[in-house]
Design a protein around this ligand. Structure first.
Ligand code: PLP
Length: 498
């Protein structure tokens, strides 16, 4: 096989391109690396078989990875309207700041006295997040939204136990993000499902109906996963507090609230925030993220260890002696590079800039909703916030499913929206444009969606076989999920591969 599999358009694996003895430029680093590794690690940690690295020339390696990168879809390439994910543009300046040697080369185990600048940055970010959420204290510790949820729920449990309670239930609406019930179960709670009202938000009457002396908290996302503001949140908070329970507000959709509303003012006791959504840090391939947790003064003592504190002499330090704390959830102090990026973003925008974000995110979602509503009506009539959840009648009219529409959108060069979520909306299309898209981009997207609607009626078979223009055609998603092949194993004759 040549360096490019011309017949199938498939980029060969780098191992397939390998030829024994082929190398790139060699930089003389003195001692052979194997000897150095043996010295540093000791023989017990070093394998005695060759790891089997591919052998290629420098241009081959460069071309290989460049070709692969061109097969990928990225926010930096085009519109990424994935609902519930806030795939906004991540400004390059964030990366530049995070790559400053003083931040990038700082070892997490360095003594606090030698990392005062980094700790000051963390303290300022904590302060900014407290201000934005309207809460009293923040921990930057959790590494993702889901870990923030677990942290928050462990705080609920610690708070309840400290009062001598044994409350075991957490109420969650039927629109909840999947991580919410998972985190509740992990934290040892039983999930009680609340039904969303006819207008697309939780009604206080439903929460009052479910509340009892076993309820530890309600966990609710605001705006919720229908993209609708929880209009009765203050009355719900009051009902919870009267019943001796807490309000956990999943702040993953904070993008819609920035500068417009504060969870603290809604009566929240605990909030987690996804920095990789609202504050433009990269989502990564499952990480590293950051899901800081903000709480009221009453709950501060339960926050994870270590706590960042200012000593009497003015220096920043870590306090590890907090008997009520839920303890450590991960190594070191959060994903520091993400904290630097988020802080750079907050500083670059300032208060007014952050306020613009919330307003523009809402404007863009409603612009898309309006442009599509003839063919893709909203699931609930209530006004949309930062995202809109749409439906369609193509399944009945043409046998074309939401998945088919999403696949066809790839042919138009767009990443598809989130589909089939939230679960309460059959065949849902969930679109979150974010504030970073220009009106022209939204217009092209709206035109593409409406064109696909017409195609689905006129040429349903063509739509059902989409995508037609991507490097990989429609994949067998069930087999890919259930039996993924994650590792290449060379076959004896080295021409066939797994
Ligand atoms: C509403 C909501 N809650 C929680 C999460 C979980 O966040 P993470 O993916 O960082 O674990 C998400 C993720 O998108 C979300 O949309």
């Amino acid at each position: 096989m040549g360096s490019m599999d011309m017949l199938s358009d498939r980029v060969p694996l780098i191992f397939e391109e390998s030829r024994p003895g082929r190398t790139g430029a060699e930089v003389d680093q003195g001692e052979p690396s194997e000897t150095r590794a043996l010295e540093l690690l000791g023989a017990e940690l070093c394998r005695d078989t060759i790891a089997g690295f591919p052998e290629l020339s420098e241009p081959q390696v460069l071309r290989h990875y460049l070709r692969l990168s061109r097969l990928n879809y990225a926010q930096a390439l085009n519109f990424y309207p994935l609902g519930s994910c806030t795939m906004k543009y991540n400004p390059v300046v964030n990366d530049e700041i995070a790559n400053l040697p003083g931040f990038a080369e700082l070892h997490p185990a360095v003594p606090p006295a030698m990392a005062q600048g980094a700790l000051e940055l963390m303290a300022r970010l904590e302060g900014a997040l407290a201000e934005i959420t309207g809460m009293d204290a923040v921990s930057l510790h959790p590494a993702a939204g889901a870990q923030g949820e677990l942290t928050g729920l462990l705080i609920v449990r610690a708070w309840d136990r400290r009062r001598g309670g044994k409350r075991r239930k957490v109420i969650i609406p039927d629109t909840a993000h999947g991580t919410n019930p998972a985190s509740c179960t992990l934290a040892g709670f039983e999930v009680v499902v609340a039904r969303t009202g006819a207008h697309g938000y939780l009604e206080a009457a439903e929460i009052r109906r479910l509340l009892d002396d076993q309820t530890a908290a309600l966990m609710v996302t605001n705006p919720n996963t229908l993209g609708i503001f929880e209009a009765e949140i203050s009355a719900i908070a009051e009902a919870l507090h009267q019943a001796g329970a807490l309000l956990y507000l999943d702040g993953a959709n904070l993008n819609a609230l920035l500068g417009v509303a504060k969870p603290g003012a809604m009566g929240a006791d605990i909030v987690h925030v996804n920095l990789h959504k609202t504050f433009s840090t990269p989502h990564g391939g499952g990480g590293p993220g950051a899901g800081p947790v903000a709480v009221t003064r009453e709950l501060e003592r339960f926050l994870p260890l270590p706590r960042l504190v200012r000593r009497a002499d003015g220096l920043w330090d870590f306090d590890r002696e907090r008997p009520d704390s839920i303890g450590r959830l991960r190594a070191y102090h959060g994903n520091f590079g993400m904290l630097v990026r988020a802080y750079a973003y907050i500083l670059a925008l300032g208060g007014e800039g952050l306020e613009q974000i919330g307003r523009l995110a809402i404007l863009n979602a409603n612009y898309v909703r309006h442009g599509l509503e003839k063919n893709f009506p909203v699931a609930k009539r209530a006004p949309s916030t930062h995202e809109c959840v749409l439906t369609h009648d193509l399944e009945e009219r043409a046998g074309v499913s939401t998945l088919d529409l999403a696949k066809r959108l790839l042919d138009y060069g767009f990443h598809p929206p989130t589909i089939y979520f939230p679960l309460v909306v059959p065949g849902a299309l969930m679109i979150e444009p974010t504030e970073t898209e220009a009106r022209e981009t939204l217009d092209v997207f709206i035109a593409a969606m409406n064109q696909i609607y017409r195609e689905a009626l006129e040429q349903p078979e063509m739509v059902k076989q989409a995508p037609h223009t991507t490097p990989v055609a429609r994949v067998d998603e069930v087999t890919a999920a259930r039996r993924p092949i994650l590792r290449w194993t060379p076959s004896p004759d080295s021409t066939t591969k797994e």
